[in-house]
Write a protein that binds this ligand. Sequence first.
Ligand code: WA2
Length: 255
Amino acid sequence: MCDQRARMLQDQFSVCVNHVHALAVLVSTFHHYKNPSVIVQDTFAEYTARTAFERPLLSGVAYAPRVLNSEREDFERQHGGTIRTMANKEPSPHRDEYAPVIFSQETVSYLNLLDMMSGEEDRENILRARSTGKAVLTSPFKLLGSHHLGVVLTIPVYKSKLPPNASVRDRIEATAGYLGGAFDVESLVENLLGQLAGNQEIIVKVYDVTNTSDHLIMYGRQTQEGDVTREHVSRLDFGDPYRKHHMTCRYLHKA
Ligand code: WA2
């Protein structure tokens, strides 16, 4: 039963990542390769709203280009606003580079012009995504807006097609931006598991166990009540080899 739940969650996760991948290709093709770009905020919002059902565990997706400090003035004039920080929504102090959101799904429209590099988790994701070329995940943290526990997915977008063996320097140099979204684990995984038969008899938790000596709760209550003898542990693979996850299930009644 636990393996089955873990597999279901893993599959829903994978479906979401695949679809965000397609969105990254969409932005690459129609915003960066096409000159002039044929994507504006309105069309991005419409497309992502109409395809939201394809990303059942994501609360919203957004795109943030890589903007160097030398490009900041032009960028801000062009977008009619200042790049702001995630923490206090104030104009960003000088930075070497920024990742201000220019396209957002309506559900996360508050991200607009926020520098995604100003948040520790988002920043780490951005740096790791662009130097690996892969989809990457943060460890669990409280998301902006909902304050729900979740993880952020980031997929890099490059200005040119890169060979699979491209160096980290080449990748950073070729970076156009970052397409990503938030897995609202707290509410959307609750919704997914809540639909299953026998949900009342099972206490499910999901942990980020990347650090073997410090398991981070990702879903469920941290409290360590009762006996853990009937606890079952199932592996989870969310597709980022840098992170390790597992699900634990405790059965309140004998199965
Ligand atoms: N998206 C939604 N809510 C968040 C969040 C986020 N990041 N970070 C904190 N709360 C645009 O990596 C690029 C989305 C980040 C992508």
